[in-house]
Design a protein around this ligand. Sequence first.
Ligand code: PMP
Length: 354
Amino acid sequence: MSKFLCKKYSSLTPYTPGEQPKERKFIKLNTNESPFAPSPRAVECAGEAARSVQLYSDPECKRLHAAIARLYDVDETCVLCTNGSDEILNFAFMAFCDDEHPAVFPNVTYGFYSVFASLCRVPYEEIPLCDDFTINVDDYVGINKTVFIANPNAPTGIALSLDDIERIVASNPQNVVVIDEAYVDFGAQSAVSLTKKYKNLLVTQTFSKSRSMAGARLGFGIADPELIAHLNMIKYSTNPYNVNSMTMAMGIGTLEDNEYTIDNCRAIIQNREYAARELDRLGFVMTESLANFIFVKHPKIDGADIYAKLREQGILVRHFSKSEIDQYNRITVGSVSEMKALVAALEQIVSEVK
Ligand code: PMP
């Protein structure tokens, strides 16, 4: 270990992002990006904003917060924008977790939660999923810890109902419950409305998936103003200009063109249903995903082999080596032509083992 690195980070294992290969052109179904370009209105707004980047971006994100507040029918004081939703999740670990408020989240879920917990040096508990990969809601009722739940969960795509979320939030009034809705626009129920009723609920969302802005890095949280003030304290203690002007303008443009997002989500849902039907025909087993990905395994073919064979055919999916899910692959739902190419490739892989 280098003599320069602080001891407290010596055993930190960072998050491993999905591959972004440059050496050849893949059909990229590994990081849950949108197959659709951003809204033309958003691109136009970003171009205009680029002309004034000699000035700092608005640290209060006023116009963007107002646009989000309007869309989600909440007060502007209930919104906070960040550099991707990863940043607001990090802020939440910093602001709401310590020895008195340990973190808790499912095992399996978004891999970044345990990294944030380690980075912030807070104790955390991981509660196993049920055998069918669902979350047992009772495990979190009255648990008295800071709860992190991705809804729909990643990488399973399985969603909890609003009633289940409310049961968790209502039964943990001394702790913050963070509902990570990165994938909510593809069919699950959002908990944003509950933020008006519960002071301990933080809902996070992202422009990376349904709004085709992964590379622009824009996420946000909606919560009671008291929680937003705490998160702002962290923001102003780390990076007040965390959202750059072009991204901010792009976010506003995207919200002005909300029909575009709605149409794209509808297309992804249709393509997910098509892919699920076809993979079922090929003998794959999968969870009931309400996200922009499917989570699949084949009873006769090893998960890592499927990943490798698809890769050889120019299709990149996500395989996790974690033992609970190592027979599965998470496949992003892309365009119709991408899904057709995926089905054709899998058809060939399956035919080879018969
Ligand atoms: N939450 C979940 C469950 C995710 O899968 C992701 C994407 N990796 C994020 C949050 C963060 O996305 P972003 O920082 O691009 O908003």
